[in-house]
Design a protein around this ligand. Sequence first.
Ligand code: APR
Length: 242
Amino acid sequence: MWNAIAEKLLDAKKIVFVTGAGISQESGIPTFRGKEGLWRKYDPMQLATIDAFYQDPKLVWEWYEERRHNILGAKPNPGHLAIAELEKYKDVHILTQNIDGLHQRAGSKNVYELHGSIITIKCTVCSFKDKITTGFSSLPPLCKCGNMLRPDVVWFGESLPQDVWKSAMEQASTCDIMIVVGTSLAVSPANLLPVYAKQNRAIMVEVNIDPTPMSYTMDVSLRKSAANALPGLVDLVSGKVF
Ligand code: APR
């Protein structure tokens, strides 16, 4: 599966991953646009925009709390674990659109959460931000300053955290190999990251069960699941197989 670029993989210093919901699908977390995708069941404009939040903060909080509990019950799968293992051999950076924290729970260190995290909250007014450690007695939860707290995630129409986006662009533009895993590349600006890598002559790899708008630009396009394809990458780089 990886032999076509075995030499490049062995020579590479920095490998950057762009990941999406597909890498967590085998951990039991639904994707957004697939057959069972969240956006097939729910209207994102009712649940994942700032207007929706101010319209019905309780509904939005209930939806995020349901997702948070599902995510806390999930485990990293062999796809997440393989990327974490790769850090033993290469300079690995993960630019993820996922808010589930599974890369970190798998042991990955250099994780850039482009769309925030479902396990942190922030105040809608003051600068308060913290990890969620317990449930909430009532929804929406309130900050000490008296204003509503919100999930620390990026909603449609909101900009990404500037510092995270700047670092992500830096990593995408300076990698030897970019591996895009489990994302439809439907959402900007995250879907620009493979473009930056390509412009900087990185070797481009896609691991995705469906084709994406960037499949035609890839050096290798694996129509495989993440949990199935990624362990083979580590076997090759670690010398387990040639
Ligand atoms: N292995 C590899 N790829 C998979 C797997 C799997 N097990 N399961 C699904 N896929 C692929 C699908 O073919 C699809 O192309 O993963 C992709 C998931 O695409 P989306 O559901 O659109 O998720 P994502 O690309 O992460 O969405 C980006 O959109 O709604 C926003 O903020 C949300 O971060 C999300 C962003």
